[in-house]
Write a new protein. Structure first.
Length: 227
């Protein structure tokens, strides 16, 4: 009797090589982990506003976690640029972006030297990073495209969008003045904005860790070469 579908076999099995596709248990475990990470945001804000009683200020736990997560992301991409010569241009640019963001977030400390002093180390970091990337410009575009195909890069990408765009628009005073009317409290607006930023940094650092573990898109590049 012929097979119901031409060109197929009754013994056909999908090519899901062990280790290529995640198991159901791994998917559930990652889902639980991401849920725990997201839950860290309201817990941290609660600690700042209720337990510590200082609100979401420049010296709050929320702000310090911003700096910690950014520092970890910078370290991961610097390490990647050092180890992966064929991706050095792209990974250097990413590390430079996050390093400049770290210096901007850390301005409360740098302002003790001079108000707005953060701009000088940021410009120096930007210059050095761009020079390194330029010297390795042949390792920028393709590694970026390969990395952006991965799940790990999606976490970083969404985190950056939340940080640079959503937190700025959803955390504007004009919006919350309209929502709260006469009961408007700028601390509410600040808390919302800083909470969104903390979520963004969590996604960025989570994506950075996954990127490091998965070779920054090296698998996508390998599959492309096989085609």
């Amino acid at each position: 009797m012929a097979d119901p579908t031409p060109g197929t076999s009754r013994n056909f099995k999908p090519r899901t090589a062990r280790g290529v596709l995640p198991s159901l248990g791994a998917v559930i475990a990652e889902f639980a982990l991401v849920c725990l990470l997201v839950a860290l945001v309201p817990v941290t804000v609660y600690l700042d506003t209720t337990v510590l009683g200082d609100g979401v200020s420049e010296e709050s736990l929320t702000e310090h976690l911003h700096n910690v997560f950014l520092a970890v992301a910078v370290a991961i991409f610097v390490l990647g640029a050092y180890r992966h010569v064929g991706m050095r241009g792209y990974l250097t640019l990413v590390a430079t972006l996050f390093a400049c963001m770290f210096l901007r977030e850390y301005d409360v400390v740098l302002d003790r030297i001079q108000h707005g002093f953060w701009i000088y180390p940021a410009l120096l970091t930007l210059t050095v990073g761009c020079l390194i990337a330029w010297r390795n410009r042949g390792t920028t575009l393709l590694p970026m495209l390969h990395h952006l195909q991965t799940r790990s890069a999606t976490f970083v990408y969404i985190g950056v969008v939340l940080l640079l765009f959503f937190s700025r628009t959803f955390g504007t005073g004009t919006l919350w003045e309209a929502v709260m009317a006469g009961a408007y409290d700028p601390q509410v607006k600040t808390t919302v904005q800083e909470g969104i930023e903390l979520l963004a940094y969590l996604l960025i650092v989570y994506g950075a860790v996954l990127s490091h573990l998965h070779g920054y898109g090296a698998q996508a590049a390998l599959q492309e070469r096989r085609l």
